[in-house]
Ligand binder design. Structure first.
Ligand code: SAM
Length: 386
């Protein structure tokens, strides 16, 4: 949040440091005396000292259609204006960038124009290699169904017979100054969780202060490991890490990521394996980790990012907490807005006694999941056992 009169200069500073985020609007603060400038956390190391003077506000971004104005003009070269007007808001203005890929949803009404959409988007975004249609996230592994619509081959744009070397979905993204390998068609990954990961980092620091020693962190639904990428960047914050996922592809990529981050070659074995004193990584079923005696009572911070199952799985996860000290579970939950109070009660009922001087775990709505469902987060401070 930047006072109105400083907006211009802060924007140029942010631009210089590559911190401005594409595709979102600069909006007014609630009282109109300041502006909210959308910032990218991928180059977090470049923040200081700019951010020391300004308040960081967390808010859902508003898409900036003007930024994509180019795509409209390219679309108008390919489709007559009458047709463009006819389908109005159905045209895909919003999109997600993952590495050099652009992912967008195509409504049924305009499905006959996929080729023109891909051509217009690729022409408007010259740094993009591949445009993919997002058909949603499926199954217990939360894998994304993506269909290539168009790709850039040197100076040509292809919308059919796209060769494998151009249509691959394995990319490297940069978050919090760290490279993360991901492939959303093999393992869950979303750029939209960056703020969530920063929040997790802030809570981890708070917990670290309470405990007075590096945290043992368990991420039993770790995907390719993006939440951990933030935590391991802080000196002295984390001791041991347990990172597991039921999806072998996710675990394999996560282990590749740790190999890069730790500059040590960890071989993927398909099992949960102790690679070092501080790395227990691999394939694992979160619901069964507490069957392993060595894992019970060992972890100060547990992350639960499987929003459809978090509440059901809490009883399986709680025994993993180290109850000799304060501990924390941070989770995400999908719930009907009308049932949030009930869900809060179920969370508290499934947890051991809570820490008295901290707020109770309460679901905070992060965004709409569907017309009636909301994606929420909570954090629960658990009291040590007497
Ligand atoms: C929503 S994704 C979150 C991934 C990661 N934490 C992130 O933020 O990118 C949920 C993950 O849980 C994994 N999963 C589903 N059921 C599981 C289980 N029983 N045990 C362990 N992992 C599971 C899925 O494969 C998926 O990678």
């Amino acid at each position: 949040m930047v006072p109105n009169r400083q907006v211009e200069s802060v924007i140029s500073l942010l631009r210089e440091r590559n911190l401005l985020v594409d595709g979102y609007r600069i909006t007014q603060s609630n009282n109109g005396t300041a502006r909210l400038i959308p910032v990218s956390f991928s180059n977090k190391d470049n923040f200081s000292p700019i951010f020391d003077d300004y308040e960081l506000v967390e808010r859902e971004g508003e898409s900036d259609n003007r930024i994509d104005s180019d795509w409209w003009s390219h679309l108008a070269d390919l489709i007559d204006q009458e047709t463009i007007d006819e389908f109005g808001d159905s045209w895909p203005n919003a999109h997600e960038f993952i590495g050099d890929m652009m992912i967008l949803r195509i409504e049924d009404a305009i499905k006959d124009y996929k080729e023109q959409i891909a051509l217009a988007k690729l022409t408007a975004h010259p740094h993009i290699r591949l445009v993919l249609e997002d058909e949603g996230v499926f199954g217990e592994f939360r894998i994304r169904k993506l269909t290539p619509l168009g790709a850039r081959a040197n100076d040509k744009i292809l919308t059919s017979n796209i060769p494998v070397e151009l249509s691959h979905t394995r990319v490297v993204v940069k978050e919090s100054g760290r490279h993360i390998i991901c492939d959303p068609t093999r393992a869950y990954y979303s750029t939209k969780l960056q703020t969530e990961r920063l929040e997790t980092l802030a809570y981890a620091k708070e917990l670290r202060k309470e405990i007075g020693e590096p945290l043992r962190v368990c991420d039993p639904f770790c995907g390719v490991g993006p939440a951990l990428a933030y935590l391991i960047g802080e000196d002295g914050l984390i001791g041991d890490i347990l990172a597991a996922d039921l999806n072998p592809d996710a675990a394999e990529i996560m282990i590749e990521n740790f190999s890069k981050w730790d500059r040590t070659e960890y071989e993927f074995t398909g099992e949960l394996k102790r690679y070092s004193e501080t790395r227990l990584l691999g394939v694992g079923d979160a619901t069964r980790l507490s069957e392993n005696e060595n894992l019970i009572g060992n972890w100060n911070l547990i992350l639960m990012n499987l929003p459809h199952r978090t509440i059901d799985f809490l009883p399986n996860i709680v025994p993993l907490l180290d109850r000799s000290k304060v501990s924390m579970i941070r989770g995400r939950v999908v719930v009907k807005e009308s049932e949030i109070a009930e869900a809060n009660a179920s969370i508290v009922a499934a947890l051991p006694p809570l820490l008295e001087n901290k707020p109770l775990p309460e679901l905070r709505i992060k965004r709409d999941y569907s017309a009636s469902l909301r994606l929420c987060s909570f954090e629960a401070w658990i009291a040590p056992m007497d």
